[in-house]
Design a protein around this ligand. Structure first.
Ligand code: ADP
Length: 390
């Protein structure tokens, strides 16, 4: 049996999945090492959710991502029958030119390292496991799947900021992210709802990171995310769109350092900062604190505003899709957001929404509202397989 390993490395966690290549791709196991460098904890589950590993390690055994990758690699080798034929990596930034996944070699790795300043919190972590695997198994095919790639078909005009053009040339442009999720959803839409799937669609990826994408004929034409994953909607702990004047104020009046500003905008803002309660929508829905309702009201308001902007970019709307943690699991939030779409002719069916059906709009709705669970890991596995068999 041939297998593909999918790796998604963050600052303190390493998520991984193994797929069997048996005609179609079949998920075998799914796992994560969390608390790297502090309280490393590894869980591995089978495709049916059965727990296969549940192990805590001393911090010095898993001090960093390379150590986590080595340990996970060793464990998977021991427990996994079959032959690993390739590894697909989620890489947040593919820069301005990569519009599809790419096989990793020394030259590509050097290029991707150059994008680290554009995504300092993610890119170095994404690249660390690639280096470890290149050292240990130089012959193993490794594929980089970029979160930015799906948005590279944008009209370049839309990807400019209105600052002197030399900054665009230097790389200061709107890249858009969550591309693997949007690509998966676009593919699913083409299968399950071919009519609207070919038209003008807004997909709302509402997880701890949140953004929206305008699709025309299955291709991204606009995204709420820009130069970094800070733009657009407020997120769990990230601020979303903000007047740059606020940053100048914080720099000048609060004499904040760049590092302090970065922590504030990435880790202390969004739903967490607004509510003072939590970054998790479940906690906010359950809370009686006024901050919790302010944060949720603001979140819904901004989603409504951005839906208007994306509908304008598309010149109308043929379908609206919810995906990711909040979008897939919260009927309450979907109902609140759907009310903001009524002016576009969208109407929810409460029973279908409660049941989490694929189509949750009512018979009288002018456009379908859908819930399409995303699967970024499967998308990476598909890309990886396609590239090594091309
Ligand atoms: P990530 O961006 O980390 O991949 P997910 O897409 O898994 O995140 O989304 C995680 C978020 O989804 C949680 O922080 C929580 O706010 C939200 N969420 C998950 N389940 C529910 C639920 N049943 N009701 C409301 N929110 C939920």
């Amino acid at each position: 049996m041939d297998t593909i390993l999918v790796v998604n490395a963050g600052s303190s966690s390493l998520k991984f999945e193994v797929f069997a290549v048996a005609g179609a791709l079949e998920r075998l196991v799914k796992g994560q090492m969390e608390g790297i460098g502090t309280t490393p904890h590894l869980t591995i589950k089978s495709s049916t959710g059965e727990r296969l590993e549940n192990e805590t390690y001393p911090a010095d055994v898993v001090p960093d991502l390379p150590a986590a990758m080595r340990l996970v690699g060793e464990l998977l080798r021991q427990r996994q029958a079959g032959r690993l034929i390739a590894v697909g990596h989620r890489v947040v930034h593919g820069g301005p030119n990569h519009s599809r996944p790419a096989r990793i070699d020394a030259e590509l790795l050097r290029e991707l390292e150059r994008y680290a300043p554009l995504a300092p919190l993610h890119q170095p972590n994404n690249l660390a496991p690639i280096r470890v695997l290149r050292e240990r198994q130089p012959e193993l095919a490794q594929i980089a799947c970029f979160d930015t790639a799906f948005h590279r078909g944008h009209d370049p005009m839309t990807d400019h900021y209105a600052i002197p053009a030399r900054f665009f040339d230097e790389g200061v442009r709107r890249y858009g992210f969550h591309g693997l999720s949007y690509e998966y959803v676009a593919d699913r839409l083409a299968e399950i709802s071919p009519g609207p799937g070919k038209g003008r669609v807004i997909v709302a990826h509402l997880g701890s990171g949140a953004s929206m994408c305008a699709l025309y004929q299955g291709v991204s034409v606009e995204s709420t995310l820009g130069f970094t994953a800070l733009d657009g909607l407020p997120m769990g702990t990230r601020c979303g769109q903000i007047d740059p004047g606020v940053l100048l104020y914080l720099l000048q009046q609060h004499v904040m350092s760049a590092g302090q500003l970065q922590d504030l905008l990435y880790k202390e803002s969004g739903l967490k900062g607004l509510s003072g309660v939590s970054n998790d929508v479940r906690d906010l829905l359950a809370s009686e604190e006024p901050g919790a309702s302010l944060a949720l009201d603001h979140f819904v308001h901004r989603i409504g505003l951005n839906a208007g902007a994306l509908a304008a970019a598309l010149g109308g709307l043929d379908a609206f899709v919810f995906t990711a943690g909040v979008g897939e699991n919260s009927p309450v939030m979907r109902a609140r957001i759907a009310r903001k779409l009524e002016w576009l002719g969208a109407a929810l069916d409460p029973a279908r929404n409660e049941a989490g059906d694929l189509v949750i709009s009512s018979g009288s709705s002018k456009i379908p509202i859908l819930v399409v669970p995303t699967d970024e890991e499967l998308m990476i596995a598909r890309h990886t397989l396609a590239l090594i068999t091309a």
